[in-house]
Design a protein around this ligand. Structure first.
Ligand SMILES: [Zn+2]
Length: 523
């Protein structure tokens, strides 16, 4: 098979014209006339993908994320995209991209993701415009078959899986040929009537010229009459995102757990009341915040990735719950499944198709409750309860109030050895919120270790006095955190909270700073 034939097959499975205007799809590197017998499917083209293509003898790579997305000013190895393009050319590996067209296509990534989740009654969240015009032509009854065959051959009359779609209605045409005309039927200078058929077909915009030329050429009249109408049709099974139904309503929290299981992750992010029952589920693999307004009208929850704070806030206001799964996880899983489909389509032409999963996962998940030092085994817990007094140092801080904030907690055993340390970035928060978050995380850590007797040290006078009942908690945000901390404190049989000066809390402070530093975007 030639690369050009692969492109034709891809265009059938995942029409390139469906891609968003800003997207880059199709053949990006290499020659359409090159031969191909092995194709490697990847989420991203990187050095590993090129290594694997070489090792497996693949002459072409199909990538979901375009290898050239921003226009390149130069192709040099000084820039990562340029270096990959140069290497692909050097090693004679063609690179084809199928991106937003693959997201939208029937049976594409969004449909695969819905199938993985077992959704029913699935349809596009934002149906794609059909991108066709309607040709209405008037044809002598005995020429109907010829003209119809000509326009079909030029690309007219395709609706979904159906070809040769048309409609014909008999009627009467009238005309008066002027001096100089050469009518095929009728008389010059006289009113004529003739039996004609009104023929209607849809025509892809891209085939408009070819179909009109074919219509005129097949028609016997000197001046065939026809009209081209714009139509606003949408494709019922193609478009951005999908919405479908769960077989039975689930609590949002249950659905989130199901999603995590399906994508093999320990957890996923959820925005919304986890007790709320949900039935209508919108899905947009990859990065889908733009679909929030559309999903809010038709779904209870949107499953997507890369959701930013303000987008989540907007969704909450619209009453739309969110389940945020890392962009590359859903896409990788869906792409792997879709590769089977492509393999079937190309396999009959002798082209082998393989999928290369990402070796390294970009994100991993660390729970605040996961000890970073060996956890005490079940047998050790008894020892904790025998009166050993643990010490917990907590600190939270924000750079700016509010500002980027972090929390630190340090649990020491009665021997003074560190049992566990925790440093976590919590996003933008106030100092007081960070102090409370640190305390809560620290108390959870102590409870996880089965601690019985605990002394908590914090350098926030406000937090210590509030928890000891000396200050009232009026601020609603702090009130929630205060109550959460109190609940945890009640779980500890023997606990006291003490205020320490900052100088005696430097280790916890160090953890706060390391968490904020680690979270700052690097340039
Ligand atoms: Zn993506």
């Amino acid at each position: 098979m030639k690369i050009a034939d692969v492109l034709t097959e891809l265009d059938r499975l995942t029409p390139f014209q469906l891609a968003e205007p800003w997207d880059r799809v199709g053949l990006q590197v290499g020659s359409a006339s090159a031969d191909v017998s092995r194709l490697l499917v990847v989420l991203d083209v990187d050095e590993e993908a090129l290594d694997q293509a070489a090792r497996r003898g693949c002459q072409a790579i199909l990538t979901h994320h375009p290898v050239i997305f921003q226009p390149l000013d130069a192709v040099t190895d000084a820039e990562s995209s340029g270096a990959l393009v140069a290497r692909a050319l050097r090693e004679d590996v063609a690179v084809i991209s199928a991106h937003t067209n693959l997201d939208k296509a029937r049976g594409g990534l969004a449909d695969v993701a819905c199938a993985l989740l077992g959704l029913e009654g699935v349809r596009p969240l934002e149906p794609a415009p059909a991108g066709w015009v309607k040709l209405v032509g008037f044809v002598p009854a005995d020429e109907l078959d010829t003209v119809r065959a000509a326009v079909f051959a030029a690309g007219a009359g395709v609706i979904g899986d159906y070809e040769h779609c048309s409609f014909a209605l008999p009627g009467t045409g009238t005309f008066l040929p002027r001096e100089g005309a050469h009518p095929t039927v009728g008389t010059v200078g006289a009113d004529n009537t003739t039996d004609e058929v009104r023929l209607e077909v849809v025509v892809p915009r891209s085939a408009r010229r070819a179909v009109l030329d074919a219509f005129v050429a097949a028609h016997s009249y000197e001046e065939p009459a026809y009209d081209v109408y714009p139509v606003e049709d949408e494709l019922p099974t193609v478009g951005l995102g999908r919405v479908g139904y769960l077989e039975r309503p689930l609590k949002l929290g249950e659905l989130a757990a199901t999603v995590a299981r399906v994508v093999h992750l320990p957890s996923v992010r959820v925005c919304g009341d986890q007790e709320r029952r949900v039935t209508r589920v919108a899905v947009l693999p990859g990065s889908g915040s733009t679909a929030i307004p559309a999903a809010a009208g038709v779904a209870d929850v949107l499953i997507t990735g890369d959701v930013k704070y303000h987008d989540a806030d907007a969704a909450a206001r619209l009453g739309l719950a969110l389940i945020d799964v890392p962009h590359e996880v859903v896409e990788g899983l869906a792409l792997e499944r879709w590769t089977d489909r492509l393999g079937d389509a190309l396999g009959v032409h002798g082209v082998a198709v393989e999928f290369l999963p990402r070796i390294e996962r970009l994100w991993s998940f660390v729970s605040a409750r996961t000890p970073q030092v060996p956890h005490l085994g079940v047998d050790d817990v008894g020892a904790e309860k025998s009166g050993n007094v643990f010490e917990l140092f907590v600190d939270g801080g924000a750079r700016g109030n509010p500002g980027p904030a972090g929390i630190g907690a340090r649990l020491l055993g009665s021997d003074g050895e560190v049992t566990e340390e925790l440093a976590d970035y919590i996003g933008v928060a106030t100092n007081n919120v960070a102090e409370y978050q640190a305390l809560i995380a620290g108390l959870e850590m102590a409870l996880d270790h089965g601690v019985h007797s605990l002394i908590v040290y914090a350098d926030s006078e406000l937090v210590v006095r509030q928890l000891n009942g000396q200050y009232k908690v009026k601020e609603p945000t702090l009130r929630v955190l205060y109550e959460q901390a109190q609940r945890l404190l009640r779980e500890l049989p023997d606990v006291q909270i003490k205020h320490v000066p900052r100088e005696q809390n430097v280790e916890a402070d160090r953890l706060v700073n390391s968490a904020i530093d680690a979270a700052r975007p690097r340039r």
